[in-house]
Design a protein around this ligand. Structure first.
Ligand code: ATP
Ligand code: MG
Length: 330
């Protein structure tokens, strides 16, 4: 099976957008790919984190992935920090990455504008660590959103540069994986901008751990336009977003929903969207809670995944060190 690697930063709180745009795809991919899902905690510390919050958040993310349907028996679910090879390879790749290349990374520019008081070298080197995450497992496919495309491009360039310098295909050149078109979920209060786990406006997002009552309230307060027709259209971003959400959680088509709700007004529609989202959330949250009550089970998953990942990563590190002319390690 082709190796597919994906990671979500444990920052903020997972949203329904993350589920619809990413986690749901992973669930579908796990049968056909050798998947590695990373909790990229090393990446997260490029921005200051409260240690206790970070620890709990990593457990939450792991539990939520499983609660959403990721099978821990079939995939590796790893903490990035549990696999030493990521950091080891990142240093090596640092020496094959040009400062000029990193200077061109738009995410670094954006993030340094946002965190002007903490423009640390980790933030700058972030794409190199990401390249290491990918290359260490001979990853073939990396699902990437727009904001990560440039980073994947860099990973490919650095891999090619290393391979060329050492006249051997030490690193497999990864390809971007464009997942089957899933809707981009927009903010409930501002449907012009996407729902985001690091949004400060709490009413904008539906969080995977929101209580059902809160979810219903947020959906009923969602911004719609002044008309009354339930129809997906460019000039109806709020209604279109709710249609996308309902379609995603029920599996019904937009056309089917439009036919059903067309003229019956926003009230009934919003009520039903809320019910549909809650119907999806309740069993998922119950699974999440059961997992939270069993920390030993979660630790076991992390340990087992880390053991396998370390074995794979170590092999690559040895190959790379050998190519570089480092003395063999017994
Ligand atoms: P942040 O605000 O920290 O960037 P985010 O919600 O944008 O958080 P990311 O970590 O950037 O989340 O992305 C994780 C995954 O979720 C990516 O695959 C991304 O494409 C997907 N994703 C994020 N937000 C949405 C959304 N609103 N709709 C669909 N997919 C989304
Ligand atoms: Mg984002």
């Amino acid at each position: 099976k082709p190796v597919l690697l994906s990671g979500i930063q444990p920052s903020g709180q997972l949203t329904l957008g993350n589920y619809i745009g990413a986690i749901r795809n992973w669930v579908d991919l796990q049968a056909d790919y050798d998947c590695i899902f990373l909790l990229v905690d090393l990446h997260a510390i490029t921005v200051r984190q409260d240690p206790a919050v970070l620890r709990q958040r990593c457990r939450d993310f792991l539990s939520l992935y499983i609660a959403c349907g990721i099978d821990p028996e079939k995939n590796l679910l790893c903490a990035q920090s549990h696999v030493a090879g990521h950091s080891q390879l990142a240093w090596i790749l640092d020496c094959y990455t040009m400062v000029g290349e990193l200077n061109r990374m738009t995410q670094f520019k954006d993030k340094s504008a946002k965190h002007a008081d903490n423009i640390n070298a980790g933030l700058y080197n972030y794409p190199v660590l990401m390249a290491a995450d990918i290359l260490i497992y001979d990853t073939q496919l990396v699902p990437v959103g727009n904001d990560q495309k440039q980073h994947l491009e860099l990973a490919r360039d650095v891999a090619q540069r290393f391979n060329f310098a050492h006249k051997e295909e030490v690193f497999r050149i990864p390809e971007p994986f464009i997942p089957p078109v899933g809707a981009r979920i927009m903010g409930l209060q501002n449907p012009e901008a996407k729902m985001s786990k690091s949004d400060d406006n709490e009413g904008n997002g539906i969080y995977l751990l929101d209580e059902p009552k809160k979810i219903a309230k947020k959906i009923k307060r969602a911004v719609t336009d002044s008309g009354s027709e339930v129809r997906a259209a460019d000039d109806k971003p709020g209604v279109t977003n709710l249609l996308n959400i309902m379609a995603a959680v029920t599996g019904r088509s937009i056309e089917d929903l439009e036919a059903d709700y067309g003229d019956s007004g926003y009230g009934r529609f919003k009520g039903d969207v809320a019910d549909a989202v809650v119907a999806f959330m309740e069993p998922m949250q119950a699974r999440y809670r059961a997992l939270q009550d069993d920390p030993a089970y979660l630790d076991g998953i992390l340990a087992r995944s880390a053991e396998q990942a370390n074995a794979r990563a170590d092999q690559k590190i040895r190959q790379v060190y050998d190519k570089l002319g480092f003395l063999p390690r017994a």
